[in-house]
Structures are given as C-alpha cells and as structure tokens.
Ligand binder design. Sequence first.
Ligand SMILES: Cc1cc2nc3c(=O)[nH]c(=O)nc-3n(C[C@H](O)[C@H](O)[C@H](O)COP(=O)(O)OP(=O)(O)OC[C@H]3O[C@@H](n4cnc5c(N)ncnc54)[C@H](O)[C@@H]3O)c2cc1C
Ligand code: FES
Length: 313
Amino acid sequence: MSVLERASRSAPRRTGRTAGTSRTVRTWRQVAARVRDQRRYGGGFLWLELELPAGFTAPAAGQFVQLLLDFPSPVLLPRPMSVASVRKLAGRLVLGFLYGPVGAGTRALAELQPGATVHVTGPLGRAYPLSEQGTPVLVAGGRGVAPLLFAAETLARSRRRCEFLLGARTSRLLLGLAEARARLARSGSRLHVATDDGSRGFRGDVVRLLHHIAPTLAAPIVVHACGPHGMLAAVARWALASGVRAHLAMESVMACGTGVCRGCPLPRSAEARERVLAEGAGAAALRGNPEWAMCCTDGPVFEARELDWERVE
Ligand SMILES: Cc1cc2nc3c(=O)[nH]c(=O)nc-3n(C[C@H](O)[C@H](O)[C@H](O)COP(=O)(O)OP(=O)(O)OC[C@H]3O[C@@H](n4cnc5c(N)ncnc54)[C@H](O)[C@@H]3O)c2cc1C
Ligand code: FES
C-alpha cells in the first residue's frame, strides 16, 4: 500500500458544509479524469472542465483538488487547484477550474486538448461554512474569484442571496466580472466592484469597499474571502477588529495535498495554539502541530482567529 493510500485510509473525515445543510464530505479518491473543455477566459487565464468517473464525491465550495499530468509531464508533483464550478452531466461530475498558466505545470495543463487524461485527487481540505447564519459577503481578489464563483452558485441553489465584492488594481484586471454578474443575476444577489485606480466601481481596495458596505447590510454578516495573502490579512484584521466572522481561503506551495509531506505550513494564532495543545493526542495526525497549521488539511479555509496574520507570508 502506498503512503498516499495509507493517508487516505487514516485521513480524518472532514466536515464540509454546504448552504442550508451540514454534511460530511467523504474521504478523497484518486481518479483519472478526461478534459472536456479548455478555453481562454481573458486576462491570460483559462477555463478548464474535467469530466470525472462515477463515484467521485462532489466537492464543496472552498475545497480543492490535486491535478497530476499524465506521462510524459514536465513536473513530478500534482498542482493544487480550487474548484470553480460543479455540474452533473449524464450522471457524471464535471468540475470547472479557472487558472493562470504561471509555471511548468500549469503551462503544460494549458496545452491539453479535449480527451486528454488528468489524474485528480480530491476533494481535499475544508470548505467554506456557507450554512453559517448571517448575510454572506463574498470578497474576491484576482484568481481568488474561482472558489467564490462556486460559493455564490452554492448559495443560489439554496435560494440564499449574497453580496459579492470583486476587487482589482484596475478595471482590465477584474477577473471573472462577466461570469460573476451572470451567476449573481440569477439569484438576485448583488455585485460590487472596486478598483484601486477608480477605473471601475468604488475607488480603493476591496477591503475599504467592505468597510464601506458592511454597515448597510443586515447583521450579522459572514465574510468568505479568497485572494492574495496581503488582501486576506487585511480582511482578517478588519473582521477581527469589527467582530465579524471571516473565513479566508489560503494558498501554499503544496506537494501531497493530504497532510503527509508537512510542506504547507501556516502560522497559528496564540488562541489556536492553545486549542490544539488542549486537544493533545486527540488531534488528527495529518493536521499540523500546535505551532503550524497545514494549509491542505487544517485549511485551505481558515477562520480569521485561527492564523497569526503578522507571520503569514
Ligand atoms: C489550495 C490552492 C488552490 C489554488 N487554486 C488556484 C486556482 O483556482 N487558480 C489558479 O490559477 N491557481 C490556483 N492555485 C495556485 C496553483 O496551484 C499554482 O499556480 C500552481 O501550483 C503553479 O504550478 P506551476 O508548475 O505552473 O508553477 P511552478 O513552476 O511550480 O511555480 C511558478 C511560480 O508560482 C509560484 N507558486 C507555485 N504555487 C503557488 C501557490 N500555491 N501560491 C502562490 N504561488 C505559487 C512559485 O513560487 C513560482 O514563483 C491554488 C493553490 C492552492 C494551494
Ligand atoms: S501539501 Fe503535504 S502536508 Fe500539505
């Protein structure tokens, strides 16, 4: 039995929640998927659709999968990718991904044509707790829009509205604007845009927009965010100072994605350290230690109080 198989069997069952319901997401699987579609998305990004074999558990918004390219591949390890959409087609799951080709792995992924094979491990990690009571406020920066498009869709399926805040330096870099507008219009949710230079929407960053809009919304609000770590740290600090619950989807360079390699540490807050120490031997082995959380198993979605934002890089 391989290390990964052993990890799969001993992995803790993760509690992923979808809007309106609370459900346990079954342990991940490794499967061979087929490229169904791959197209340009704008801003140098691509939209990829993978068709999975029957039996793959549907991911929840905020979870990710590991994508491993078929032989011959320029990279040895799989690459983590957030799920941006989930739909069913003739009884099979089709997962959508929004990604930028930034290095050898994602550039090779971008070359794949319909019919090509990609090995998928997932679903992995903790999802956004979308069933939490309150007004959902989704805050996206850059490619962080990917899991939040899926979160907005999940909320819409449960007939819940959200406020969707999308930010970029300038209007040209507002990734996913058209898609967000189309998905949100169907559910009666509202899209708010911020650009640093004021070329579209609110002038200023998306955290200032959040500060501006929050008092106008029905309390309590619950923030679900994804974007560059600098933006997420600012959202977390604002939420902690304002007494608002915020859930941030973090990234880290990853190898296994399952807690085995210990390669994706993020610094825990003092409060989280105390909690993990108190859990003692009861803490799951594939999670981090009292000092460091593993992004892949403790996260990637963390509540603002769980991390030490002064030490997050
Ligand atoms: C949980 C999770 C979800 C992700 N979701 C998405 C997504 O939806 N869309 C998307 O475009 N990307 C996403 N990423 C990032 C994506 O995994 C990396 O861009 C990819 O692994 C780069 O692989 P590569 O071989 O192309 O580049 P490499 O040659 O491995 O690296 C190219 C450059 O990217 C940097 N890099 C590699 N991985 C990361 C990372 N995780 N975070 C920041 N910088 C990194 C490297 O340091 C290097 O500078 C996600 C990462 C994580 C951890
Ligand atoms: S990527 Fe291996 S422990 Fe997180």
